[in-house]
Design a protein around this ligand. Sequence first.
Ligand code: ADP
Length: 461
Amino acid sequence: MFSKLRWRVALPFIILVLFVMGGLAAFIGRPACTANLACIQRAVWTAAGLLAVGIIALAWVQAEQGSRLLRQLAELARQMAAGKKNGRLLAQKQNDAGDLIKSFNFLTDTLNGRITDLTEEKRQLAAGMKFMADGMLIADETGKVCLINPAAARLLKIKKKQALNHSLAEVIRHHQLIDLWQRCQKENREQVAAVEIGRDLFLQAVITPYTEKDTRGYLVMLQDLTPIRTLQTIRRDFISNISHELRTPLASLRAVVETLQDGALDDPPAAERFLGRAEHEIDTLTQMVEELLELSRIESGLVPLKLEETAVSDLLLTPLERLRPQAKRNEVELILDLPAHLPPVFADAERMQRVATNLLHNAVKFTPPGGKITVHARLNKKETAVVISVKDTGPGIPAADLPRIFERFYKSDRARTRSEGGTGLGLAIARHIVEAHNGRIWVKSNEGQGSAFYFTLPISR
Ligand code: ADP
């Protein structure tokens, strides 16, 4: 079509052409005229009629084009509002509509570019927030939560839906956190605190007020310090346990020395008895120091395992023979049940003998006279490992102690009161050694019905 300017030039021509056509039509029909005036009148009316029809037709075409464009624009705007990109108007003709279309297409292209950038930015932010280990919440000026990441939802044990648009106090719930937030609101500056939620969650909370252009709000960061806290507790317990364990034999030694100084030295049989006690306490101390050193060596990984293809019998026979005299003294039967054709395992023989010795020593220590200890080995169902078990007919282990007996220094009350004593390190060492072999160690026991310790060792292929 024509541009606006061209229309202005073309319109008088069209009118002239229509008018002339009307005149011509009237001239062609002139024989029917009875007078000249009537002929002229007819020519004028015909030309005017044709002109009117032409103008109406042109106006209709123009109006139709305009409304089609408007309809297209409306449809495109609807699509863009619905998030559909790439909406463009195709017709690009040289007129006003063409200019409008060009501008509209430029607008949609720019908007699409912005939307793409924003979407990418939003996606990156959302991924960051989703996979962030720390919890993060954003509350608006009134304290309404407008954003919460999955870590925060997990730490606060709340669903995202329950948190959004609810007050921060309702979401964080814990009184120490609420106090922290109220302090932050009052003083309008960052607040930091370590908060213990329940018995198993230790958080560091940081609440920061922020102002961004006209928006004010609060950023809450929650860092889970529970693993660090657990490590600290283990270290504290370890130091307190070791001090306690060392104090007992040292106190006993001091008592022996004092008794000897107070005159027992002049009584040779008594002196001998006291020296025997001193020797026993020194043995206990030596064993404890050795076991502690062994534990720290295994934990630090400084002394690597000497893994070799080893026959299961090589791991069990030496410990059994070592403990046989003590078992005999305690009137306890020791049985080895070793099937033929067991595949060899991949193990550090010396270390694994230590595991077997620790388990056997406990079994001998706790099994009363007349009891029985059975050492058994078998291939597991998947034929990937050998399972070795040490079962006794001793007093068994109380259910409350079962989850803790592999911890360093853990001893049941019964064990504490026994004269043989023990460091409480034997099972911790056994667990470390077995796990360093990619094996597993566990116990099954019912109080009064004996105990069964199991461990696995991968077979050598
Ligand atoms: P300890 O040097 O005290 O024996 P361990 O780490 O070897 O230390 O064992 C930890 C605790 O596990 C023992 O004090 C005892 O309470 C329990 N325990 C281990 N083996 C047996 C067993 N065969 N029968 C009963 N209790 C056992």
